[in-house]
Design a protein around this ligand. Structure first.
Ligand code: C2E
Ligand code: MG
Ligand code: MG
Ligand code: MG
Length: 287
């Protein structure tokens, strides 16, 4: 009885502490206003070629500059935008900024692809393709400069529409990437029907790989499959030196993760590349 009382008291304290730290979910009006006032910005996280140590491309990750909350991360607004049907507007905003960034980089003589994340709801947006092609028609940017990332889960929940939508993107020449691979419930058969150019192995299958033999087996066989299919492979979420070292054995593998570099604004990204794409984990250890 005492223990029950004690544990319930602890639970009360914990939930009070929790509600104090957690802000309430963002509201429709805040997100709507943020879109109109251009308060969404992009940060760019590099992927590097593990063998050559050179830049292989960057992923655009959206953030919200909130007037009172500060910088808000996608975990706190993507699902909310989906629920309020604001996600197509947000996707379009992200795409506009990514294309503008590519144009600016091109002028500066800096060359990289940008990967843009799409939500499942985009598959139903018939005008998306039209809008993308219209934007590019007026721009020096090529479809091959852009890669669209979709998660396995998004594809599987809507296979028919996903197949039609993604095939059209691919036919237009855009790169197509399957994100967070290994966390959804897709079958290899379903995925093989979509013309992906890249596969990103989820962080949960990469983290700690140097010391986890069963992860090594899964990783190696996935890389082998992709090599045979002619699909590029990215290891997501590399956070430590041991995993970074382990991954050196895979030819042509791309690596993304906090050990290599965190998402950055454009200026910091260019500095990092000019300094030779040094993994930040290595720099920190050396100093
Ligand atoms: P994602 O596409 O899988 O992006 C990778 C996420 O993992 C990013 O979080 C990135 O900062 C984080 N990350 C990268 N390296 C590491 C690492 O070594 N360790 C750990 N623990 N995390 C790492 P972020 O920026 O918070 O984005 C979260 C998710 O939000 C993204 O996952 C993506 O699904 C979604 N998202 C981001 N931008 C957009 C967007 O413009 N549109 C849509 N629809 N979704 C977006
Ligand atoms: Mg992604
Ligand atoms: Mg990912
Ligand atoms: Mg992920």
């Amino acid at each position: 009885r005492d223990l029950v009382a004690q544990l319930s008291q602890q639970a009360v304290q914990k939930s009070v502490a929790k509600t104090r730290i957690e802000s309430p979910p963002l509201e429709f009006s805040e997100l709507h206003e943020a879109l109109l006032q251009h308060r969404f910005i992009l940060h760019y996280q590099p992927k590097v070629d593990r063998s050559t140590g050179t830049l292989a491309g960057v992923e655009a990750l959206v953030r919200l500059q909130h007037p009172t909350r500060g910088l808000v991360y996608p975990g706190d607004f993507i699902a909310v935008c989906e629920r309020y049907q604001l996600i197509d507007a947000l996707s379009y905003e992200v795409l506009l900024q990514a294309i503008a960034q590519l144009e600016q980089w091109k002028k500066q003589g800096f060359s990289s692809t940008i990967s843009v994340n799409l939500s499942a709801t985009s598959f139903e947006n018939n005008s998306f393709m039209l809008q993308v092609n219209k934007l590019l028609a007026q721009s020096p940017i090529l479809p091959t400069d852009l890669i669209f990332e979709v998660t396995e889960t998004a594809v599987i929940h809507n296979m028919g529409q996903a197949l039609a939508f993604l095939s059209r993107l691919r036919l237009s020449g855009f790169g197509l990437s399957i994100d967070d691979y290994g966390t959804g419930y897709s079958s290899v058969k379903q995925l093989s029907q979509i013309p992906f150019t890249e596969l990103k192995i989820d962080r949960s299958l990469v983290d700690g790989i140097a010391n986890r033999p069963h992860l090594q087996v899964i990783f190696e066989s996935t890389v082998l499959m992709c090599n045979k299919l002619g699909i590029h492979v990215v290891a997501e979420g590399v956070e430590n030196a041991a995993d970074w070292q382990y991954l050196a054995r895979f030819n042509g593998l791309m690596v993304q993760g906090y050990y290599v570099a965190k998402p950055m604004n454009s200026a910091d990204l260019i500095c990092w590349v000019l300094e030779g794409c040094q993994p930040i984990g290595l720099v920190q250890r050396a100093s």
